[in-house]
Design a binder for this molecule. Structure first.
Ligand code: PMT
Length: 401
């Protein structure tokens, strides 16, 4: 995959993350893309248009009222020229103006006037990002098909820590690259869950499981390689986000995973549930570390967690559902029972133990769907995930043919 001869219009709005967009222009051009930069007036207070001009090799536009620039390439022509529009950073103000459908400067006018897919890389203070007004704008934009890339969580320029950091230049470049892909899942939104869940008992103890997240992360990577826009919901794991994955949400408990998956599923065409979700959680979480009871033992009362896959399959409109099943015996029997009971389109069963399944580098899968089955013999999780994705794409397309 390459960006050779791809035409990318990069919008830059006002935010300190604008400095990262200089690197982004460089990365896009290294990939072969032709890049034209349009800045808002506010963005020019952070980075000079001359910097972007030097990096893109093209004149940079700021104003709708620049007669000379309009004569060279009018804004409608520029809107038609673009194959993709990426706004990075997208400030809270810009998100609000786009959500309102405003055309009060060159950049917002271009976003309205262009048929090109619109990608936004939000960047702002974590408190602003969490504000209900911003989240309402984001949800309006998503409903219209705008792709949100990030934001990531971490240390911010203002000293805060939280969600709101713009994705790194290479991550944005990868996302654009994936959007041009013509793989088996090109153009589809794929949601993947991975890793374990932790159910807290007290501030230092929890109930967890042995899932490392490797299988789910390999599935997310394979889906991105196949051209999908991938959202990954990860339990507590220590794995880097695979290349090409556009959005990652980290969660801890089954309840948090349930909420994150259900929120993202509204946008998803396919949901692949590789996570090992805890079936039970302590009904009471002690605020203080529990102390030994002098030999009398400890009785924990557990309540059942909501079943994420079953919640989705109960919805009238839901993504194509792929479950996983990890079993120690009667793999086929239990997997086919889960396929039916949870209302799934496909299930990938793995026998755990003997260096397979949880934590291991290798796995082996048996795939089942209504009226079919296929064996994927022992292999590394990356290779196996690619084979799984090929079958998922085939079944998904067959279901819609
Ligand atoms: O992470 P690794 O170390 O690489 O290991 C990979 C794996 C073995 C964890 C993975 O391949 C796997 O099999 N994941 C599913 C584990 C499992 O047994 O799940 P389950 O039988 O509890 O659930 C069946 C399906 O329902 C799963 O898709 C699960 O995500 C889903 N589920 C389960 C419980 C729940 N409350 N909600 C759910 O959606």
């Amino acid at each position: 995959m390459s960006l050779a001869e791809r035409r990318v219009l990069l919008g830059v709005s006002g935010g300190i993350a604008a400095y990262k967009s200089c690197e982004l222009v460089r990365r896009l051009r290294e990939g072969g893309a032709e890049v034209r930069v349009v800045m808002t007036e506010a963005a020019t207070h952070f980075v000079s248009p001359t910097t972007f001009q030097a990096l893109s090799g093209q004149s940079v536009r700021v104003s709708l009222w620049d007669a000379q620039a309009e004569a060279a390439m009018g804004h409608i022509e520029l809107a038609r020229w673009a194959e993709r529009i990426l706004v990075a950073p997208a400030s809270a103000g810009l998100l609000a103006r786009l959500a309102q459908g405003m055309a009060d400067d060159l950049l917002t006018t271009l976003c309205l006037a262009s048929p090109a897919p619109l990608f936004l890389a939000p960047a702002m203070n974590q408190q602003m990002w969490a504000h209900p007004a911003v989240q309402a704008n984001v949800s309006t934009l998503r409903q219209r098909g705008t792709q949100l890339l990030g934001p990531a969580a971490g240390a911010q320029a203002c000293g805060d820590i939280g969600s709101g950091r713009m994705l790194e230049a290479h991550e944005l470049r990868d996302a654009l690259l994936a959007s041009f892909a013509v793989g088996a899942l090109a153009g589809l939104n794929v949601l993947v869950s991975a890793g374990p869940t932790y159910e807290d008992i007290d501030p230092v103890r929890f109930i967890g499981n042995r899932s490392s997240g490797r299988m789910g992360f390999a599935v997310a990577q394979a889906a991105a390689e196949a051209g999908a826009r991938v959202t990954l919901v990860a339990g507590p794991v220590s794995l880097p986000t695979p290349p090409g994955v556009m959005q990652r949400t980290d969660v801890r408990s089954a309840a948090q995973m349930h909420a994150a998956v259900l929120a993202a599923a509204a946008q998803a065409d396919i949901y692949i549930a590789a996570a090992a979700v805890g079936d039970y959680r302590p009904l009471e979480v002690s605020a203080q570390k529990l102390k030994k009871q002098g030999g009398s033992g400890l009785l924990l009362q557990l309540g059942e967690n909501p079943d994420i896959l079953a919640s989705l399959s109960a919805q009238e409109r839901h993504p194509f559902l792929v479950g996983f099943a990890a079993e120690t015996h009667d793999v086929a029997g239990y997997a086919q029972d889960k396929l039916q009971r949870k209302g799934l389109d496909m299930i990938a069963a793995n026998r755990v133990g003997e260096g397979l399944g949880f934590e291991a580098a290798d796995n082996a899968l048996s795939l089942y769907w209504a009226g079919g089955a296929v064996e994927l013999p022992r292999a590394g999780k990356t290779a196996l995930a690619r084979q799984l994705i090929t079958h998922v794409a085939e079944r998904y397309r067959a279901g819609r043919a």
